[in-house]
Design a protein around this ligand. Structure first.
Ligand SMILES: [Cu+2]
Length: 142
């Protein structure tokens, strides 16, 4: 009997703890802790030839290029390119723009057309964190 009461108290305590923790999102199914997104433009947007791109980064710090610091890096904008495989260097060319000063937004100019824009996060040595740290949208430039 004493055991049952103690067990019930334990269960009640556990659910209370879980309830409390779920308020902190620890008991819920967590979203990927580290991710990037393009906050602007919106998916499917039509924009002018010069437009603002805003990068979103979750779970990693944005820092200028230079040192390799774990869980830290800078944004890249890939234009009509696939994400760069994890550990590979992001090329430096017109289709791979580096924001090595730690920028989280930039003005981009592109000729009219349809584009696939990919945000790619990479470490201080421009080595990609791979597809999980990339995000792609389609836009139209008019
Ligand atoms: Cu870079």
């Amino acid at each position: 009997m004493a055991f049952t009461v103690a067990y019930r108290r334990l269960l009640a305590g556990t659910s209370l703890a879980c309830l409390t923790l779920s308020l902190l999102a620890a008991c819920a199914t967590p979203a990927p802790a580290q991710s990037v997104s393009l906050l602007e433009p919106a998916e499917g947007a039509t924009v002018g030839t010069t437009f603002k791109v805003r990068f979103g980064v979750k779970g990693m710090a944005v820092a200028p290029a230079g040192e390799i610091i774990s869980d830290s890096g800078h944004n890249h904008l890939l234009i009509n390119q696939m994400p760069v495989a994890k550990g590979e260097s992001v090329p430096f060319d017109d289709q791979h723009k580096h924001f090595g000063a730690g920028q989280t937004e930039a003005m981009i100019t592109l000729p009219p057309g349809q584009y696939k824009l990919t945000s790619q996060f990479a470490n201080g040595a421009h080595q990609s964190y791979g597809a999980p740290m990339s995000s792609t949208i389609q836009i139209t430039v008019k």
